[in-house]
Design a protein around this ligand. Structure first.
Ligand code: HEC
Ligand code: HEC
Length: 213
């Protein structure tokens, strides 16, 4: 066998014998989480449980740590996160981050109105210093999420999205980089919160099927 060929065979053997390049292993707690967040990690619209599938692992881990130390106050998730260790949170974060987000369905008419305006253009009526930047400028077009910092909003339950914005306003959710969301939430009126929450809830979590919000 030529040297090159032998090299190839060794490389192939190493590849096949190496760690599986598949989705993260299912952590033992996931069956419990599935009761509310769904077996596919897509949450439950009717009950307002958020989807976790496809969110960045670092973001998910930070949320679990915040629930555990009560920097993000929620009775249900505080209880769920308390027994989790750092490695448990890492395994759960990796697991949910790797779950695929199903495409569509495309809404028959993409929502228009004050929620869409705020999401796409922001609100600068209060002037430059006190204005609200468009949500999509950080969360990505259609609220699809950007990188490890800016979670997806599209397709999350409206009641969940509104609760988060109110949580930053009333201090039950204290966390997040640079206080960005706290500052933004404090500038939103109750009417803006319900409009923008309804807007993102109506968008498909995965627009791979061609939906153009
Ligand atoms: C009994 C229902 C229930 C169970 C079981 C449950 N959760 Fe939750 N989860 C919730 C609710 C409700 C929220 C929203 C909390 C809030 O409003 O801050 C949430 C929020 C979260 C969030 C924040 C998502 C985001 O976008 O910021 C993460 C992460 C999470 N849960 C992970 C888990 C994991 C991991 C498990 C299993 C160990 C689990 N949950 C089990 C109900 C549940
Ligand atoms: C300057 C950047 C920026 C802008 C603009 C922005 N966000 Fe955010 N948003 C963030 C960051 C960063 C986070 C993650 C916070 C964390 O890590 O806890 C976040 C998180 C959120 C969450 C929580 C999602 C979840 O899964 O729990 C909601 C809801 C949200 N933003 C809504 C909005 C809305 C509505 C607007 C427009 C009015 C908006 N954001 C504009 C940066 C931004």
């Amino acid at each position: 066998m030529s040297r090159i060929l032998r090299g190839l065979v060794i490389a192939l053997t190493v590849c096949l014998g190496g760690p599986a390049i598949s989705a993260a292993a299912t952590p033992p707690q996931a069956s419990e989480c599935a009761a509310c967040h769904g077996a596919n990690g897509m949450g439950n619209q009717a009950s307002g449980f958020p989807a976790l599938a496809g969110l960045p692992s670092a973001y998910l881990q930070a949320q679990l740590a915040a629930f555990k130390n009560h920097e993000r106050g929620n009775a249900i998730m505080g209880g769920m996160a308390t027994p989790l260790t750092g490695p448990d949170m890492a395994a759960l974060g990796d697991y949910y981050a790797a779950l695929p987000v199903p495409a569509g369905p495309v809404p028959p008419a993409l929502p228009a109105g004050p929620g869409a305006d705020l999401a796409q253009r922001g609100d600068w009526q209060a002037g430059l210093a006190d204005g609200i930047p468009s949500c999509d400028s950080c969360h990505g077009p259609g609220g699809a999420g950007v990188g490890a910092q800016f979670p997806r909003l599209a397709g999350q339950p409206a009641v969940y999205l509104a609760a988060q914005l109110n949580g930053w306003r009333d201090g039950t959710r204290k966390t997040g980089p640079l206080g960005l969301m706290s500052a933004i939430a404090h500038r939103l009126s109750p009417a803006q919160i319900s409009a923008v929450a309804a807007y993102y809830a109506a968008l498909p979590a995965n627009t791979a099927n061609g939906a153009k919000p």
